[in-house]
Design a protein around this ligand. Sequence first.
Ligand code: MC0
Length: 256
Amino acid sequence: MNNLVKVENSKIEQTTILTLNRPEKRNAISIELINQLKVIIEKLHQDDETKLVIITGEGSAFCAGGDLNDFHGEIDQEKAHELLSQMQEVLWQITTLPMPTIAWMNGLARGGGMELASACDFRYVHESGNYGFTQGKLGISTGWGGGTLLYERIHSQEAYYWLVSADIRSAQVLKSIGFAQATFSTHQLELEHDLIKPFISRSLTQLKHWKSQWLQNQDLQKLKTKMDAEVEACSHMWVSDEHKEAVSNFFKRNKK
Ligand SMILES: C[C@@H](C(=O)O)C(=O)SCCNC(=O)CCNC(=O)[C@H](O)C(C)(C)COP(=O)(O)OP(=O)(O)OC[C@H]1O[C@@H](n2cnc3c(N)ncnc32)[C@H](O)[C@@H]1OP(=O)(O)O
């Protein structure tokens, strides 16, 4: 089995780095990748040693979203719902992890890649990357619950507008709207980086306390209900002609 998600445990810093590992596909999330992530995140829920989880991508991209090959073909609304639900569950499990989580966005992100980042507690973005909730241009909405999470991360008016406009934004804009906490310019993720240091230098007890406070501050039941509704809505749009045409145009464009 290929490791579509690399797991590096750093014992001294008590940090786990998860690296999406399909650089040739810009780390698009395939069904197999979802299955691997699911197992890894489940384990982290039982982990009493890790004080920080970082999610990043191999190569030039953070994540190009759902794999448009895997999620397509002759699927009906029910099947679309089933497939979208699987990644929604992963996003939910990431959101509720007992330790802080950082999306270290090493490069571009699209669609579900932005949803995955939204499931993390903090987002740091590479200054030369570009980032977009582009689902609107594909005839769908966010389908993993990440639209719901976006409303938790930035001002609701800004979230609403970003989902409708589906525009691609710079790292600076992400920082200015509060989606990203900071930008960085390094190419290699290093645990001694100034953005990571504050986490590493706090104790496990402190970090777990702050994370639990963060989760208590949210109405998790309501959040889950809204994420479920998002999956349901997207599953209907998934089988629309507009979406099928947008996906077919993407693959035609790539063959040129
Ligand atoms: C599930 C849903 C949700 O939100 O819930 C979603 O995420 S919808 C998915 C939303 N994502 C997107 O629409 C992103 C579509 N991708 C792109 O716009 C572009 O590929 C970029 C991500 C900007 C990267 O452009 P760049 O010029 O660097 O690379 P490229 O276009 O040549 O792509 C490199 C290889 O990765 C593949 N590739 C890229 N994105 C993919 C995706 N989302 N699904 C499946 N394959 C994908 C290309 O087909 C190509 O494969 P070959 O080398 O074999 O030709």
